[in-house]
Design a protein. Structure first.
Length: 300
């Protein structure tokens, strides 16, 4: 990339309630799948840096867990991670599912936004599902609740108005350095992305009682001459959940493996042999040691 005299850069956090569409938006902006998506709440658990580099500059987006009422140590860690992210960034993107009514969850986030001087852009997402009159009403309502830098209606799914969003972001950012090499799209190691892709398939293929109880750890990655061998462990909290994930005659685990392998092959650009195991770790979401071991923070 040629040197650009007015190269702008900075850090932009994306916050909102679970299922607001944060990961869908960032995958769209990056032009490839980095973040896992699911219609189940609290899919995102970590703060992940997603890097967008253009001629005009570099934006480091922070994808954060959805803000919700925590029920265990993992939940406390997730909400803490999201709210902490608004402190040390250049811009906040506050994303709202425009098809839902304003409630205590949104009020809680806005109260936190009022305590920071960081400029905040409100994104009203899913406008492809909304009538124009309803949208105008929402814009008026949110304008009265907080002094936003801008209010931009978007569709993360179709990409509508996302170019306008980037224009506003780059206009607001100051001139700055390139923090990451231009071909980087995330700060996370490949093992983390692989584990997340496996977890996404579990979310898609299991019942409501399983999703929040699972963690995935990629224990070993071996590069052979013609393929990459990946060993992953799916952790659950109860024996009954282990049975659900394995399925009748192991069929569900096979399907999880097949779908995850396809995504991992796209990520690595090579053939993959994926071996999956299921392990029970009782009440791991409340154990500090387990949270740290599985990639989340926690106290003993």
């Amino acid at each position: 990339m040629e040197e650009n005299k007015s190269f702008r850069s900075g850090f932009v956090t994306v916050i909102g309630r679970p299922n607001a569409g944060k990961s869908t938006l960032l995958n769209h902006l990056l032009g490839q799948k980095i973040l896992i998506m699911s219609d189940k709440p609290q899919t995102t658990r970590n703060k992940i840096h997603c890097i967008l580099t253009e001629e005009r500059g570099q934006v480091i987006f922070l994808d954060t867990p959805g803000v919700h009422k925590p029920k265990h140590k993992l939940g406390e860690y997730m909400v803490g991670t999201a709210l902490e992210s608004i402190r040390d960034v250049d811009i906040i993107l506050y994303m709202v599912d425009a098809t839902t009514e304003y409630g205590t969850g949104e009020e809680y986030i806005i109260e936190n936004l009022k305590q920071t001087k960081t400029p905040c852009i409100l994104l009203l997402n899913k406008i492809d599902l909304l009538e124009k009159d309803k949208l105008l009403e929402m814009i008026k309502d949110y304008s009265a609740r907080h002094n936003f830098l801008a209010i931009i209606p978007i569709s993360a799914k179709t990409g509508e108005n996302t170019d306008a969003l980037l224009d506003v972001i780059f206009k607001e950012l100051s001139e700055g350095p390139m923090y990451y090499p231009e071909d980087h799209v995330t700060d996370q190691p490949e093992r983390f992305i692989m584990a997340e892709l496996i977890r996404e398939k579990v979310l898609h293929l299991t019942r409501d009682e399983v999703p929040h109880s699972i963690a995935v750890v990629v224990e070993r990655v071996e590069e052979k001459k013609t393929l990459v061998k990946v060993n992953g462990v799916i952790i659950v909290e109860r024996d009954s959940q282990k049975g659900i994930i394995i399925g009748q005659k192991g069929q569900r685990l096979k399907e999880i493996g097949r779908l995850a392998r396809e995504d991992i092959e796209n990520l690595l650009g090579s053939k993959v042999f994926l071996e999956l195991f299921v392990k029970v770790e009782k009440d791991w979401r409340n154990k500090g040691r387990s949270l740290r071991e599985f990639g989340y923070s926690g106290e003993n």
